[in-house]
Design a protein around this ligand. Structure first.
Ligand code: COA
Ligand code: AMP
Length: 630
């Protein structure tokens, strides 16, 4: 079958297509029906089936004789550690951790927040929750206490699993004080916390609340897998929306398993037993799907990499890992390659390693710029596949199915829609536009299995955010076009979300923090182009009348405030005071126009602008910050 026929099958007969793919999963009660559309536009998949994720990721492989195969390779240049964990060892560790959680009352449906760096224990924590049917919510370590508190209040976890610290190049991230501050700030309090003490920093446990990771497992009965319904939430993962309140994306269990299982061979071209490496973080959706669940479901070996593309210790780290562990498929964000290319433009480090095991490189998380793609292709001598997806979808919307039928690569495009995704480009009225025309990218409902069925405790927000603008479609928030051959091009966001080093951030959330500064009356945060990180946030601040302080001091305090409230991951380092912000006559701040000025792009003065002279003032202020660059 050709890929085009496969895709057509998935769209014209979703029931038949996905029932066929469901055969890759071990069910407790096999599905008799795939799609449930009774509550359209809210759709569900395989909800009458029963299944356990951990069984499919671990137990069944051990039962099938794969127990001695390495499941996880922990490679940590920041701690100079390398370890391998076989499937049978991982199963024992996970069953023990699950047993200890169960003994403390964690049961199916309870939420568990996980706040851990890139260590195998983070994967074990996720799988232990899956074993019990508990719903995990992993919070990325680069977020500050306040962001963690917001997630604790929304998810209301029974337990929090954390590590004592994380290691960033040149500094130890003190997780425990961040955790303590978050619990202090949150209205909801967990019953208990479990702390994995790392040797780089042993944290002081809070008596009566904190338990030691190993101590609390002592003498407990390992837990068995708890079957859950197909629509049971496997996890909640918070992602940036347009406000400071992140969206709790729900991943339903059965669809997650079926969709991910399809991708490993067909999209990533990986066979069971081979080594698949995603250099991301378990705090992001890419890490959930392609560090943890998909490789293990497939019986592959996954790498838990605790390091950076450069500086740990050098720009050759990625190639060392590929050589040393025999990686066949490698997945990372374009920004990581830009970082390497900047340090080693001639690719001298690549030559020092044997990367011949590698068959393909996959890039996602942000637009893959042609320069980076071409550099990677030339240096690694493998196909470079750009693929497009979102936290909401959990697996790629568009990609190039290397294991099924490699499609000709068009640089600048993440290729074609994956099965079940009916991708269309719509005009403002919601009508499909002709090939090559720009518009909002929307996906005709239903979305395929594995994508979000809803937001945690926020169905109205789910419908409003994604399903209302274009009835019958899911609004992706991305804009772009589809060419004559059906290749999709993602060009920009249609909302206030920006993409910084492959991390999705909300400018609205940053504005909320800036507005909380006592001297700031009004503000706007825009995304400006950055050669390394793709985009960087930049804040424009109008100080309150009568503030006599040095505006640069206020700007510095605002930078510190965002780091303190949102976290270092926001990479908010650019802020400048201005007298006024440009607005339309109805009062809407002209953020897009300011971003164009900062990027040195041509722009038309909006007809609705209140006072065009303000744009000149903005240009002057941006110049003080060095924008446009170059
Ligand atoms: N815990 C705590 N802090 C973290 C963190 C974590 N897990 N991850 C990042 N941070 C901090 C960094 O230390 C940095 O802090 P600083 O301001 O004190 O320097 C800040 O957050 C910004 O981090 P980042 O944007 O990652 O910048 P960087 O300069 O440290 O590294 C790259 C730049 C390009 C090397 C890096 O961003 C990278 O590897 N990106 C790949 C992203 C990725 O995998 N995305 C997933 C989607 S596929
Ligand atoms: P996240 O939810 O953090 O995975 O971010 C999703 C957003 O990142 C998408 O909506 C896009 O804006 C952007 N994105 C992800 N992958 C790509 C890609 N391959 N090309 C262009 N943009 C991408």
């Amino acid at each position: 079958m050709r890929y085009a026929d496969l895709h057509r099958w998935s769209i014209t007969d979703p029931e038949g297509f996905w029932m066929e793919q469901a055969k890759a999963i071990d069910w407790v009660t096999a599905p008799e029906r795939a799609l449930f559309d009774e509550r359209a536009p809210i759709y569900e998949w395989f909800k009458e089936a029963r299944v356990n994720t951990c069984w499919n990721a671990l137990d069944r492989h051990v039962a099938a004789g794969r127990g001695e195969q390495v499941a996880l390779i922990y490679d940590s240049p920041v701690t100079h550690t390398k370890q391998t964990i076989t499937y049978v060892e991982l199963l024992e560790r996970v069953a023990s951790l699950a047993g200890a959680l169960k003994a403390r009352g964690v049961a199916k449906g309870d939420r568990v927040v996980i706040y851990m760096p890139m260590i195998p224990q983070a994967v074990e924590a996720m799988l232990a929750c899956a074993r019990l049917g508990a719903i995990h919510s992993v919070v990325f370590g680069g977020f500050a206490a306040r962001e963690l508190a917001t997630r604790i209040d929304d998810a209301k976890p029974k337990a929090i699993l954390a590590a004592s610290c994380g290691i960033e190049p040149g500094r130890v991230v003190h997780y425990k004080p961040l955790l303590d501050a978050a619990i202090e700030q949150a209205a909801h309090k967990p019953d208990f916390c479990v702390i994995y003490q790392r040797e780089q920093e042993v944290a002081k446990l809070t008596e009566g609340r904190d338990l030691d990771w190993h101590g609390f497992q002592f003498g407990v009965e390992p837990a068995d897998c708890v079957p859950v319904e197909g629509d049971h939430p496997a996890y909640i993962l918070y992602t940036s929306g347009t406000t400071g309140q992140p969206k709790g994306v729900i991943r339903a269990t059965a669809g997650h398993l079926v969709a991910l299982a399809w991708t490993m061979k067909n999209l990533y071209g990986v066979n069971p037993g081979e080594v698949f490496w995603t250099a991301s973080d378990v705090g992001w959706v890419v890490g959930h799907s392609y560090i943890v669940y998909a490789p293990l479901l497939h019986g592959a070996t996954s790498i838990v990499f605790e390091g950076k593309p450069v500086g740990t210790p050098d720009a050759g780290t990625f190639w060392r890992v590929i050589e040393e562990h025999g990686v066949v498929s490698f997945f990372t964000a374009p920004t990581a390659f830009r970082a390497i290319k900047r340090e080693d433009p001639a690719g001298e480090f690549v030559k020092k390693y044997d990367t011949s095991s590698l068959r393909c490189l996959y890039l996602a998380g942000e637009r893959a710029d042609p320069d980076t793609v071409i550099w990677a292709q030339e240096k690694l001598k493998v196909p470079v596949v750009d693929h497009w997806w979102q936290t909401e979808t959990g697996w790629p919307i568009c990609g190039n199915p290397q294991g099924f039928e490699p499609l000709p690569v068009k640089i600048g495009s993440p290729s074609m829609p994956m099965p079940g995704y009916d991708v269309q480009v719509l005009d403002e009225g919601g009508h499909p536009v002709k090939a090559g025309s720009l518009g909002a990218i929307a996906i005709k409902l239903p979305l395929p299995p594995g994508t979000l069925p809803n937001l945690w405790n926020a169905e109205a927000r789910f419908v409003k955010s994604y399903l209302s603008t274009f009835p019958g479609y899911y609004e992706t928030g991305d804009a772009g076009y589809i060419d004559e051959d059906g290749y999709v091009y993602i060009m920009a966001r249609t909302d206030d979300v920006i993409n910084v080093a492959g991390h999705r951030l909300s400018t609205g959330a940053m504005e909320e923090v800036l507005a909380a500064h006592p001297d700031v009356g009004e503000c706007a945060v825009i995304g400006v182009a950055d050669a390394l990180k793709g985009q960087l946030p930049l804040g424009l601040l109008c100080l309150n009348k009568g503030v006599a302080r040095d505006p640069d001091d206020v700007a510095r305090e605002c930078v510190a405030l965002v780091r303190d409230r949102i976290g270092p991951v926001a990479a908010f380092k650019l802020a400048v005071a201005v007298d006024r912000l440009p607005k339309t006559r109805s009062g809407k701040i002209l953020r897009a126009t300011m971003a164009k000025i900062a990027d040195g792009e041509s722009y038309t003065i909006p007809a609705t602008i209140d006072d065009p002279a303000i744009l000149d003032e903005i240009a002057l202020a941006l110049k003080r910050l060095g924008y446009p660059q170059g």
